[in-house]
Design a protein around this ligand. Structure first.
Ligand code: TXA
Ligand code: MG
Length: 336
């Protein structure tokens, strides 16, 4: 397996050029972004993109995000940039925001599953940016996990899932945010959040006014990816909710133990003492969603290795926890 370590603050450009050459020759390179690791291919090569779908076991109707290094390059691969899109791009790029725009013919239709729109983002991770610049093509990159598993936040997760099927893994350490980019559809008049992610709804609304979230009403979710199982480890994930969350957790723990299952808990530092003696990982305090978000996927992967049942103590109801709550609901198959 070809894993190379790079320091984002002091990037060895000869390694970036090796990775860029692989991409230009139709190969696949996993690289860090500020959200999660991506599985990158030349966005203009249908053949390379088809490999990504095959490696991930990804349904062909689930389109990919094109990663570019600038607003200008985003303009070059789309038909036009509405004013709201421009405002969002100015506010959040480079960074964890994906914009869905009308596409032109540059990016392969295989990447967009035949849709007339294209999801685009400018990542802020400097390794990702250098790779896109030196490859001199837009790079499509889904999260570098096998379809259905939690997204990778460390190079080791990528190696576990797809290491023997790809040409190179760039190890840039643990990713900064830990969950995916927020996907906003700006191809129609009213912007719509298609996937909750790193940038909270209220930050987006501060720039463009009120936005709705797809899937919150009865309509079918618009980001094709949202209808598939997500972030689900092999273990059974149970979301334990208020009221009486500590007692419920103790009871579920005992019942599952009695049934001969290995149980572990995803919890908060605030509850550590209440759950003393049980197998638990406290990800953060109840008022630190950023830290929780950063550790979420790695913790699911870690606990999956040692437990048959993962009890997840539900997160607070506040807006700042909304994206994490969404991921936990999906991991536990508890979708309303
Ligand atoms: O943070 C991220 O966005 C990461 C890093 C690697 O950039 N990428 C990522 O890609 O999460 P992926 O493929 O795992 O998720 C892309 C999501 C899917 O839910 C997909 O359905 C949606 O974006 N999407 C892509 N193109 C779309 C389009 N044209 N219209 C609507 N949704 C789209
Ligand atoms: Mg994904």
């Amino acid at each position: 397996m070809n894993v190379v370590r790079l320091n984002e603050q002091d990037i060895d450009l000869s390694i970036i050029d090796q990775a860029a050459a692989i991409i230009k020759n139709g190969g696949i390179v996993a690289f860090p972004t500020e959200t999660v690791y991506g599985l990158g291919a030349d966005a203009t090569s249908s053949k390379a993109i088809a490999k990504i779908f095959e490696i991930k076991g990804r349904p062909p109707d689930n389109p990919l995000i094109a990663h570019v290094h600038s607003l200008e390059q985003a303009r070059a691969i789309t038909k036009f940039m509405p004013q709201l899109a421009e405002k969002l791009a100015q506010s959040f790029w480079p960074g964890p925001l994906t914009l869905v725009l009308k596409k032109n013919a540059i990016v392969s239709d295989v990447a967009t599953a035949g849709l007339e729109t294209l999801a685009v983002r400018v990542p802020s991770n400097r390794i990702a940016l250098q790779l896109i610049k030196r490859a001199a093509v837009p790079i499509v990159a889904p999260s570098a996990n096998l379809s259905g598993l939690p997204s990778p936040t460390e190079a080791a997760h990528v190696a576990e899932d797809v290491g023997d099927m790809i040409d190179m893994i760039i190890d840039g350490g643990h990713t900064r945010y830990g969950i995916e980019s927020t996907v906003v559809d700006v191809s129609t008049e009213m912007p719509v959040i298609l996937r909750l992610g790193t940038i909270p709804q209220e930050d987006i609304e501060m720039v463009v006014g009120e936005v709705s979230i797809s899937g919150m009403s009865d309509e079918a979710p618009k980001a094709p990816g949202m209808k598939y199982t997500h972030y689900s480890p092999a273990a059974k994930v149970i979301l334990v909710k208020q009221p009486g969350i500590i007692k419920k957790t103790h009871d579920l723990y005992k019942d599952n133990k009695r049934a001969g299952r290995k149980v572990a808990i995803m919890s908060f530092t605030d509850y550590a003492a209440n759950l003393n003696g049980l197998d638990q990982i406290a990800l953060s305090s109840l008022n630190d969603p950023e830290t929780y978000m950063r550790k979420l996927y790695a913790t699911l992967r870690k606990l999956d290795k040692r437990a048959d049942v993962i009890l997840v103590i539900d997160v607070p109801e506040e807006a700042s926890w909304m994206a994490v709550k969404d991921k936990l609901k999906k991991a536990s198959n508890d979708i309303k």
